[in-house]
Write a protein that binds this ligand. Structure first.
Ligand SMILES: Nc1ncnc2c1ncn2[C@@H]1O[C@H](COP(=O)(O)OP(=O)(O)OP(=O)(O)O)[C@@H](O)[C@H]1O
Length: 295
């Protein structure tokens, strides 16, 4: 659904995007993660037509988005990081505007708006001006403007930033439902447990490019987890050690004649992956990408 290749965006001497490649098939949620300044927002802005790249190609549903931006924009819904809503208009009026842009007008538009308001638990506040809504409610209205009209590509830039658990859960359910209905979703967040909830695949951005891409399992399985062992002899301190092969490490421990009282293996998770990006060697990351391509 979305293919971005070799995107470069320069701001003076700085390259916000520096050979950024990302492909997202229909029905897939990709969690775009990376430290502040990695280029995630610039990528979202580039695909949504707000920023013109200096080089590269973007295809949305087979359309060349850089040549035929207007047609490509009709296929995508964006929730930008900075809220962009009309404060004096009600939530419903804001949605009417975006539904109209997506070609939904009249009764068809009203039905679509009612559906999205319900999906994001906004029906009760639909007639209030957006300026009078809470931060979490405004976040949901922003996500609703992206989803109205059911575009096949969703770009959600930190849609749950500052959201309370209720808002977060309504948003995640809506995003999952959209992907199940076939939408391709680019989802940026710094809150990694959300990506586990969404069962998202991952794209790791660093310094303007994607350094690793794959499923959560593919990207975490080679990272060390942690082996924790307590011993029958109370004088022996608890052992905690990073491990990539807990079975072999435990066998070595037993062979040494010590008697464990409890054994716990913590599998590597997304936090470990995020931390490993500090030191990630792009060459290793490239191998991982190849592994996925071959799969
Ligand atoms: N309009 C701009 N003018 C100059 N530099 C910019 C502009 N937009 C982004 N940059 C720079 O480009 C780089 C990438 O920024 P971007 O906002 O895309 O990162 P990000 O990964 O979204 O970060 P965050 O996690 O903080 O949202 C940063 O170094 C940023 O300072």
């Amino acid at each position: 659904m979305l293919i971005a290749e070799g995107l470069v965006k320069r701001y003076g001497p700085r390259r916000a995007l520096d050979g950024f490649d990302l492909t997202v098939p229909a029905g897939e949620i990709v969690g775009l993660i990376g430290h502040n300044g990695a280029g995630k927002t610039t990528f979202v802005e580039t695909v949504s037509g707000l920023v013109r790249p200096d080089a590269g190609r973007i295809t949305v549903a087979g359309l060349d988005a850089l040549r035929d931006g207007r047609a490509a924009r009709r296929l995508l819904g964006v929730a930008p990081q900075e809220l962009a809503l009309y404060g004096s208009a009600t939530a419903r009026e804001n949605l009417r505007l975006f539904a109209g842009l997506a070609g939904f007008r009249g009764r068809r538009g009203d039905t679509e708006i009612a559906r999205v308001l319900d999906e994001l638990c906004l029906t009760d506040v639909a007639e209030r001006p957006v300026a009078a809504l809470s931060g979490g409610q405004r976040r949901r209205v922003q996500a609703a403007t992206a989803m109205v009209g059911s575009p096949p590509l969703l770009l959600l830039d930190e849609p749950t930033a500052g959201a309370d658990p209720e808002t977060r859960s309504a948003l995640l359910s809506a995003v999952r439902a959209r992907a199940e209905a076939g939408a391709a979703v680019v989802y940026t967040t710094h809150y990694l447990p959300e990506l586990v909830d969404l069962d998202a695949t991952l794209a790791l951005a660093r310094a303007g490019r994607i350094i690793a891409r794959g499923t959560q399992e593919e990207l975490t399985r080679h990272l060390p987890g942690e082996l924790r062992v307590t011993f029958a002899d109370p004088a022996e301190p608890e052992l905690r050690r990073p491990t990539t092969d807990p079975g072999a490490d435990l066998a070595a421990l037993l062979a040494s004649g010590r008697t464990p009282a409890s054994v716990d293996v913590r599998r590597p998770g997304l936090d470990d992956l995020y931390r490993s990006m500090e030191t990630a060697d792009p060459a290793t990351a490239a191998t991982r990408t190849e592994v996925r391509d071959a799969a």
